[in-house]
Write a protein that binds this ligand. Structure first.
Ligand code: NAD
Length: 262
């Protein structure tokens, strides 16, 4: 395997949230990182704040647009010449009932959350194979494991991404590439802090055995683990990083002796 200092990761949706935390984790471990995002002003600001110009590359790109993805990869190859890890983290959500979700909304969510990882992985796999292999981590969601209201497009896209993960694992193993998924539960991102009401926060606390949101850094640690040699025999899996949310089914708070005070 190459020296840690030579390794290169590409993280999509890296301007903020879980993606930015993941990029920081790779950098802290001595990797070089290409940070890709559709939101150029936010990405530029985030990469400037990292203040590691030798080890970072900012790529403006919509992952659902094949031409933009090709240009981003050409820029990455020109700069780093190799790729060891791809984190398909860019995602978008429309939370509406089935009967109110428009075809345009459905198509956009599927394009970003499912077609995006399909496109980036198609370009990443041959590049990784050139240097003996690598690892891909697709970021799905607890909404792809368990159904609930308002998630027809988002939850379906994430469930499909979990299956794409298995398809890729089956075929890319021969190239020396492992492919896994991380399914976050609710994460304490700036956006979650801004939009989740006290009632929603209390509901999540009641539904999750560990009774709290996950931290961006906890997601980044799991993603980095799956890209590292520590996970050398793990492929085709979805790891729920969710405080136990997926494990407990109904998980009645009253039965756990944790009635909440509203
Ligand atoms: P976020 O919205 O804070 O960040 C997502 C980033 O992706 C943004 O910077 C956005 O500009 C970028 N992006 C969106 N569409 C893009 C596109 N077409 N091309 C390139 N970049 C694009 O999200 P987050 O909360 O950090 O979540 C990251 C991932 O984790 C997403 O896939 C999300 O679905 C998943 N997830 C998040 C949570 C949570 O609670 N935060 C829970 C489950 C799953």
């Amino acid at each position: 395997m190459p020296q840690e200092s030579n390794r290169v990761a590409l993280v999509t949706g890296a301007a903020r949230g879980i993606g930015l935390a993941t990029a920081k984790r790779f950098l802290a471990e001595g990797w070089q990182v290409a940070l890709l995002d559709i939101d150029w002003p936010a990405l530029e600001t985030a990469v400037a704040a990292l203040a590691l110009p030798e080890d970072t590359l900012a790529l403006a790109c919509d992952v659902s647009e094949p031409g933009q993805v090709e240009t981003a990869f050409a820029t990455l190859i020109a700069r780093f010449g190799r790729l060891d890890a791809l984190v398909n983290n860019a995602g978008t959500a429309v939370f509406k009932p089935v009967l109110e979700t428009s075809l345009t909304e459905w198509n956009r969510v599927l394009a970003v959350n499912l077609t995006g990882p399909f496109l980036t992985s198609q370009l990443a796999a041959p590049l990784m194979a050139d240097t003996g292999g690598g690892a891909i981590v697709n970021i799905t969601s607890i909404s792809g494991l368990r159904a609930s209201t308002l998630r027809v497009a988002y939850g379906t896209s994430k469930a499909a991404l979990a299956h794409l993960t298995k398809q890729q694992a089956a075929e890319f193993a021969g190239l020396g590439i492992r492919v896994n998924a991380v399914a976050p539960g609710p994460v304490e991102t700036a956006m979650a802090q801004a939009v989740h009401s006290p009632e929603i926060r209390a509901d999540y606390r009641d539904a999750i055995p560990l009774a709290r949101y996950g931290l961006e850094e906890e997601l980044a640690a799991s993603i980095f683990f799956l890209c590292s040699e520590q996970a050398s025999y793990i492929t085709g899996q979805t790891l729920a990083v969710d405080g136990g949310f997926d494990a407990v089914g109904i998980g009645l708070a009253t039965l756990r002796g944790e009635r909440r005070n509203l």
